[in-house]
Design a protein around this ligand. Structure first.
Ligand SMILES: Cc1cc2nc3c(=O)[nH]c(=O)nc-3n(C[C@H](O)[C@H](O)[C@H](O)COP(=O)(O)OP(=O)(O)OC[C@H]3O[C@@H](n4cnc5c(N)ncnc54)[C@H](O)[C@@H]3O)c2cc1C
Length: 407
């Protein structure tokens, strides 16, 4: 039973490796559109910009051959034939499969405004994008970053002190899709203190330029901000078109059930491209994180190897490093109705505990890794902290986690 994996990013590469680890003895083909060996993206907005390229590949080239994984790089799958059980390439070649894993990731959202084609207007998703931004860094005097999410703010931190940095955020707070208002407010203060100019409720209307190069950004209220580099970090769109084209259900992501299967039981979808029902929030979610990509790859590999169907239930967790602001998040705060802060915001070391209906659902930790680990252990085990307990004077999350751990 040949297993074909489309997309050789974090999720796809993990699936291939996990299939072998689980003992899958049939052919495994991992197909990626990018020319590089499968690599990790998080450093692209962090250490890579300082010149650290060595840490990027997920595994050495020899790993794939040594483990009987046929790695095909620089080739894009252009069609899926579900009846004939093949994937097709642009030149007409076809490749058969019995199990298909879609791990096609996501693409950055374009703004669709005039001037997006100017040199110096960049996005950041892949290695080529990161190389482009890095090559422009030294000469950049003013950078405008569109989007105050994780990637935009990591870039703001990287440019801070080297160039004038302005961040446009369409809403009224930073990282609004991912963190509580308490954490947003702290990050806004910290970035502003390090010289980053934050413009909330600001929308770019047009990129202006001279001789094909960007020179500034005009906002919808008619103001112009000078820029010799613009980075658009306005979210991503799942690459779900292959799935749609072959009749698989998709709606802002390829729709899968709780076991990560699409409506075709031989086809799975995982990682950034997949939308799945979360047992934790009771809603359908599409997560963009390394943890999600890795755990879903592992989960699918296990099912393919064993043939035993099981629900995906991993605890989501995330991180973002913005210079000395090391943020770690355990759980999903969606729909939280109360928060409680522990630690010392003045010192830049604290955690926000988010509660839904009196129970802990997520913990956002800033420079408090021990809180993060305790939260992961608690929440992954299906345990929680009642609000009344967490708000007792001197509450210590790590001590609570240890004390309540079943022996
Ligand atoms: C700059 C940056 C920083 C990040 N930082 C963090 C972080 O700090 N922490 C964190 O948890 N997450 C971070 N993320 C998110 C994380 O990297 C993603 O969630 C993760 O890479 C998702 O893995 P994936 O395999 O689903 O998708 P991807 O890694 O995007 O891989 C998908 C691959 O599929 C290929 N592909 C698509 N269509 C086809 C096709 N038709 N044929 C062949 N190949 C195809 C694509 O070219 C791509 O290589 C960051 C992302 C970026 C871009």
């Amino acid at each position: 039973m040949t297993a074909v994996i489309v997309g050789a990013g974090q999720a796809g590469a993990q699936t291939a490796a996990a299939l072998r680890r689980e003992g899958y003895a049939e052919p495994v083909v991992l197909i990626g559109a990018e020319p590089e060996l499968p690599y990790q993206r998080p450093p692209l907005s962090k250490s890579f910009l300082e010149g650290d390229e060595a840490a990027l590949p997920l595994r050495a080239k020899s790993f794939y051959a040594d483990n009987g994984i046929e790695l095909v790089t620089g080739e894009r799958v252009t069609a899926i034939d579900r009846e004939g059980r093949t994937v097709g390439f642009g030149d007409g070649r076809r490749l058969g499969w019995e199990r298909l894993v879609l791990a096609t990731g996501a693409r950055p959202r374009r703004l669709g405004i005039p001037g997006e084609e100017l040199a110096g207007v960049c996005m950041l998703r892949d290695l080529a994008d990161a190389r482009e931004i890095r090559s422009r860094m030294a000469a950049t005097e003013a950078v405008v970053i569109i989007g105050g999410g994780f990637i935009g703010l990591e870039l703001a931190a990287a440019f801070s002190g080297r160039a004038e940095v302005v961040v446009f955020e369409a809403t009224d707070r930073l990282m609004g899709r991912a963190v509580t208002a308490d954490m947003s407010a702290h990050f806004a203060r910290a970035h502003a203190e390090s010289g980053v100019v934050l413009r909330f409720a600001h929308l770019a209307a047009e990129f202006i330029g001279r001789d094909g190069r960007v020179t500034g950004v005009r906002t919808t209220d008619g103001r112009t901000f000078p820029a010799d580099l613009v980075v658009i970090g306005a979210g991503v769109l799942p690459r779900d078109e292959l799935a749609r084209d072959c009749g698989l259900a998709a709606d802002n992501g390829i729709l899968v059930d709780a076991t990560l299967r699409t409506c075709d039981p031989a086809v799975f979808a995982i990682g950034d491209c997949a939308r799945f029902p979360s047992a934790r929030t009771g809603s359908s979610v599409r997560l963009e994180s390394v943890q999600n990509a890795l755990d879903q790859g592992q989960h699918v590999a296990k099912q393919i190897t064993s043939g035993i169907v099981g629900e995906y239930r991993s605890l989501p967790w995330f991180w973002s490093h913005q210079s000395d602001l090391k943020l770690q998040i355990a759980g999903l705060a969606d729909g939280h109705d109360r928060t409680h802060l522990i630690g010392d915001p003045g010192e830049g070391k604290f955690s926000v505990l988010a509660f839904r209906r009196g129970e802990l659902v997520a913990v956002e930790s800033l420079n408090r890794p021990s809180d993060h680990m305790a939260a992961r252990r608690l929440l992954a085990a299906g345990r929680t902290v009642p609000f009344d307990e967490a708000t007792k004077p001197g509450f210590d999350l790590r001590a609570y986690q240890r004390r309540t751990q079943p022996s």
